[in-house]
Design a protein around this ligand. Structure first.
Ligand code: HPA
Length: 278
């Protein structure tokens, strides 16, 4: 797909959404990861409108259990937020361009801030299931870049800087928020692997050696597309399990969802404060 066609796809989807949302301009896009999606439907959000991905021209559908597959538009503490209840993963067979389309649509709609959340496996052995990890940096080299192909000049430059993908200002804010809430926020480097299979013990040893603290199958390509388009990013992982080989337990998507759901109360508190202070 060439650059102009892709930008057209983004603009057409944004136009379709605008017709439904009227004069609602999102300041923040918040991507809700596995088991964390219910936030968009919670009492914390004064909902204005929701749109299923399947209604939007050009939008890929989310096919994963526990991912609803819709945008929710609403206000959190006065801030206008566009939520992704369910994201698009590479392992569903979608291209990196498809996977970051929602990020780019939100940017075109006006969002300049991005909150990314995900469920992740703990690679750092000092972590425990149920912990939250603030993403301070990432490793992207195992997945194709979402900027692959002709550059979309309207969004950003060909060779974007990645020295501060995760805003230091937002990192400090997230730390303060968690301190005030009495939540022990871990910090670390997130690595995106292609999935959908969980990792082998050898792969986990490899990525620990490379400097990863948590592993998952999303987020990094979204962060890259967002930085390309000049968005300010804050990202938090919910550590739902220890990565393969650390605990004797076998991994399952159900377990990931159960722990993510258990962390929901603290997650909601962090999310509300983050939106408020972004
Ligand atoms: N590996 C990859 N992705 C994940 C994991 C994991 O252990 N847990 C939640 N998402």
């Amino acid at each position: 797909m060439n650059e102009e066609k892709e930008y057209l796809r983004i603009k057409e989807a944004a136009c379709f959404i605008k017709e439904r949302t009227g004069d609602f301009v999102p300041e923040i896009l918040a991507v809700l990861g596995s088991g964390l999606g219910s936030y968009a439907q919670s009492e914390n959000v004064r909902k204005v409108c929701e749109i299923e991905y399947s209604e939007i021209p050009g939008m890929p559908k989310s096919t994963v259990k526990g991912h609803a597959g819709k945008f929710v538009f609403g206000y959190v503490e006065g801030k206008s937020v566009m939520f992704m209840q369910g994201r698009v993963h590479l392992y569903e067979g979608y291209s990196p361009l498809d996977a970051v389309l929602p990020i780019r649509i939100a940017r075109v709609l006006g969002a300049t801030k991005l909150i990314l959340t995900n469920a992740a496996g703990g690679v750092n052995t000092s972590f425990e299931p149920g912990d939250f990890m603030l993403i301070t940096d990432h490793i992207s080299c195992f997945v194709t870049s979402s900027l692959n192909g002709e550059n979309i000049e309207e969004l950003g430059t060909r060779f974007p800087d990645m020295s501060e993908v995760y805003s230091l200002r937002m990192q400090e804010t997230a730390e303060k928020i968690c301190n005030n809430l009495g939540i022990n926020l871990k910090k670390g480097v997130y690595i995106q692997l292609p999935g959908p299979q969980y990792e082998t013990p050898a792969e986990i040893r490899m990525i620990r050696t490379l400097g990863a603290d948590a592993v998952g199958m999303s987020t990094v390509i979204e962060a890259i597309a967002a930085r390309h388009a000049g968005m300010e990013i804050c990202a938090v992982s919910c550590i739902t399990n220890m990565a393969t080989g650390i605990s004797a337990q076998k991994l399952s998507h159900e377990e990931v969802q159960v722990i993510a759901n258990k962390s929901e109360k603290n997650f909601k508190r962090i999310m509300t404060e983050l939106a408020k202070s972004m």
